[in-house]
Design a protein around this ligand. Structure first.
Ligand code: AMP
Ligand code: GLY
Length: 422
């Protein structure tokens, strides 16, 4: 089995690591990959946006299965193109990927199928004045979201009318994210506990893999700017009532809705949820695994990931073949470069990874190798994952690992851990 993983981050490192443990005979390629993924196979110098390049490589090298890590290639239609060539893909097709690729489409879908989500309106470039009037008459905070993909920067929480107008101008008038921000969703701010839910689906059946907490803010106590994620813990255990509400009103309705629309969902569907006093709500859908949630989730999943992914891509997933290990916990601390997320420094030599690996897993992301040495090459540099039979053990191993790593200007949160509530 020749497998091609798309991406170069910590998520893709964890995916390659887990695929490599499969009992199926395999060769793993990663495009473009990083020094960690290179240890398990071959890195190929193709970017995820280069759909033609991926297609050409996959055909020439007789790749059997492609596993896209991030959303970009999926939303661009990598699954459509590869499946036409008879290559298996662990991802939905472009039209279905609008669940992530268009917030307007996703919100309309949720409304149509009575899936709980924040009340909303949407506006485009031509309706700028109307959008301003809507904000004038609204209560604050409000959330303004660019319709399309914006690299995790497309959602802004605005605290008053002035901030709302500024964001509307940036998005609709100045097209901050190009076409992606020519339409916006304006929605009610929801208060509660955020949790990421990962569901695997082969188009015929679905199964929950687990709930993971992602720490999005840059600094301790959830302060500072939003980032791609500074850490994660798993599993998060919800009370029975919340869980059955999620099953019935969110997951079932989503998959029933997709079926009614004639859409087949293959791959991972990631539900960004807010658990409020009034029950669980969907903040967003993503058509892929999360980063850094994957680094915490995959090490505590039992089962052969490669086998499961092949079966999903053939519509024959066996329920129960991936499940959380019992009484096993994981805590992932992300180490970032000084300046992240705005302007991360690069080129700093990294020390101590081998020593950290004695107590934890270390998944690389923004890292480059030169003459056998490792250097920083991006915002999020490493994910250090502690595992254990208790939450305390998982956290303490993660931070023990972190304490053995050093590079100039390294930054990490000191409060990644299991939430007391939930
Ligand atoms: P999204 O781009 O929809 O994932 O939103 C990014 C982040 O903004 C989420 O992870 C939440 O932390 C926050 N957020 C999005 N929508 C809302 C909302 N309606 N109420 C409160 N926070 C939100
Ligand atoms: N951790 C958030 C994401 O992957 O979108």
């Amino acid at each position: 089995m020749r497998v091609l993983v798309l991406g170069k981050g910590g998520r893709e490192s964890a995916i390659v690591w887990k695929l490599s443990q499969s009992s199926i005979e395999k060769e793993i390629y990663t495009a473009p990959g990083n020094p960690f993924t290179a240890k398990f196979g071959k890195n190929i110098n193709i970017n995820e946006e280069d759909i033609e390049g991926i297609l050409k490589f996959a055909k020439e090298e007789k790749i059997d299965l492609v596993f896209p890590g991030g959303e970009t290639s999926i939303v661009l239609g990598v699954a459509d193109r590869l499946e036409e060539e008879g290559i298996k893909v662990f991802a939905p097709r472009a039209y279905t990927a609008k669940l992530e690729g268009s917030k307007v489409w996703a919100k309309e879908f949720m409304k149509k199928y009575a899936i709980p989500t924040a009340d909303f309106e949407y506006f485009d470039k031509e309706n700028f004045d109307e959008a301003v009037r809507f904000c004038e008459a609204s209560k604050y905070p409000l959330v303004i979201k660019a319709d399309g993909l914006a690299g995790g920067k497309g959602s802004v929480i605005v605290r008053n009318f002035k901030e709302a107008v500024k964001t509307l101008e940036e998005f609709l008038v100045k097209s901050k994210f190009g076409k992606a921000s020519e339409k916006v969703v304006i929605e009610k701010f929801l208060r509660g506990e955020e949790v990421s839910l990962f569901v695997i689906s082969d188009g015929n059946r679905w199964e929950k893999l687990g709930y993971v907490r992602d720490f999005k803010r840059l600094y301790d106590n959830d302060e500072g700017p939003n980032t791609g994620g500074m850490g994660s813990v798993a599993p998060i255990v919800l009370d029975k009532e919340t869980e059955s509400l999620i099953d019935e009103t969110i997951i079932n309705r989503t998959f029933e809705g997709l079926a009614k629309e004639g859409l087949r969902y293959r791959g991972i569907l990631y539900f960004g949820l807010m658990i409020t006093d009034g029950g669980p709500f969907v903040l967003e859908y993503n058509v892929r695994l999360g980063d850094p949630e994957t680094q915490a989730l995959l090490p505590i999943l039992e089962g052969d990931l490669l086998e499961a992914v092949i079966l999903v891509s053939e519509g024959r997933y066996k329920l129960g073949s991936l499940r959380l290990k019992e009484n096993f916990y994981s805590c992932c601390v992300v180490i970032a470069s000084r300046g992240y997320p705005e302007e991360p420094e690069r080129g700093k030599e990294i020390f101590g990874i081998k020593e950290a690996e004695e107590v934890s897993l270390v998944f690389l992301s923004g890292v480059e190798e030169r003459d056998g040495k490792l250097y920083t090459a991006g915002g999020r540099v490493l994910s250090v994952v502690g595992l254990g039979k208790s939450r305390v053990e998982a956290k303490s191993k993660a931070y023990k690992g972190v304490s053995r790593i050093s590079f100039e200007g390294m930054h990490y949160r000191k409060d990644i851990g299991f939430p007391p509530t939930l």
